[in-house]
Design a protein around this ligand. Structure first.
Ligand code: PLP
Length: 317
């Protein structure tokens, strides 16, 4: 079982490399919720999301032989960009398996960080199978987006910074997909803020995490259709769930409409761009999905990568 020492090691390795992202506050948000909110802004992290933390740390933990051979992953989203940047910084070749119909902006961003892209047909082939073949044939190491101890340790460094920056909190709200950020945050809270509740927030369309926590086992659902493209995961990771079931207090859900309202709030009031998935935790505070009046509340804003054209459409409605 992992503990906080893994997060501490990751913090030491990431010092001076990952940004210590700012913590913002807003009187308007506080008035709206009756709480004191502390927004930890991973939308300002390198590569635009917290995923840089785990990706960089996971690469740094590889053996020299593994680093020479290179790594592979199959995310089309923020993990791919984060891993590509981390590979560029550490001189490790990164291959990303991406569907032929992936958004051009994501392919361009990933390629821009120097990754080699292997395309596939998402209706005919499994990305896992393609990645496994590259592992077998080329000796690449698979770096998954969340189900990996080093990824979890790296992601936990964000909440660790939050506790160090603002002191005791009553609760920390965390965006939830496969559970890397939530599991890492829970490890940090257990050591640094043992009285702080840890709450995951996932899209209403896909509450597999909520169901899993209630049933005490990983529940698999169909791929959820939601604006929160970073949380379209149909089930939690094994390493992640082992930590989440022990240390997470509850998991709540929010609608896509609530994500858009939060995204708009961040632009209008805090003047920051947050992608829909990055709005999950804040939306739980704003809608009361997690009632937080009278409390000191940490809110992890997980990322800010959104196509400007999509942003314009969301704001125009
Ligand atoms: C990946 C991602 C998430 C979900 O993180 P997990 O570690 O998979 O739970 C949330 N927000 C953003 C912006 C992401 O990129």
């Amino acid at each position: 079982m992992m503990d906080f020492s893994a997060v501490t090691q990751a913090s030491e390795r990431l010092a001076g490399i990952a940004h210590r992202t700012p913590v913002l506050t807003s009187r308007t948000a506080d008035a709206l919720t009756g709480a004191q909110l502390f927004f930890k802004c991973e939308n300002f992290q390198r590569s635009g999301s917290f995923k840089f933390r785990g990706a960089y740390y996971a690469l740094a933990q590889l053996s020299p032989a593994q680093r020479r051979a290179g790594v592979v992953s199959y995310s089309s989203g923020n993990h791919a960009q984060a891993l590509s940047l981390a590979g560029q910084l550490q001189g490790v070749a990164v291959t990303v398996v991406m569907p032929h119909d992936a958004p051009a902006i994501k392919v361009a961003a990933t390629r821009g960080y120097g990754a080699h892209i292997v395309g596939y047909d998402r209706f005919q082939e499994s990305r896992e199978a393609i990645a496994q073949r590259l592992v077998a044939e080329r000796g690449l190491t698979l770096i998954p987006p969340y189900d990996h101890p080093d990824i979890i340790a790296g992601q936990g460094t964000s909440a660790a910074e939050l506790f160090a920056a603002v002191g005791p909190l009553d609760v920390v709200l965390v965006c939830l997909g496969g559970g890397g950020l939530l599991a890492g945050s829970a490890l940090a809270a257990a050591a640094l803020a043992p009285n702080c509740r840890v709450v995951g927030v996932e899209p209403e369309a896909g509450n597999d995490g909520q169901q899993s926590l209630q049933r005490g086992e990983i529940v698999r659902i169909a791929v959820p259709q939601t604006l929160a493209d970073g949380a379209m995961t149909p089930y939690l990771g094994e390493h992640n769930f082992a930590i989440i079931r022990q240390r997470v207090d509850s998991i709540v859900t929010v609608s896509d409409a609530a994500l858009i309202a939060a995204l708009r709030f961040f632009i209008e009031r805090l003047k920051i761009v947050v992608e829909p998935t990055g709005c999950l935790a804040a939306a739980a505070a704003f809608t009361g999905a997690y009632p937080c009046a009278g409390q000191r509340v940490g809110v992890l804003i997980s990322g800010g990568n959104i196509d400007p054209a999509q942003l314009a459409v969301l704001l125009a409605d």
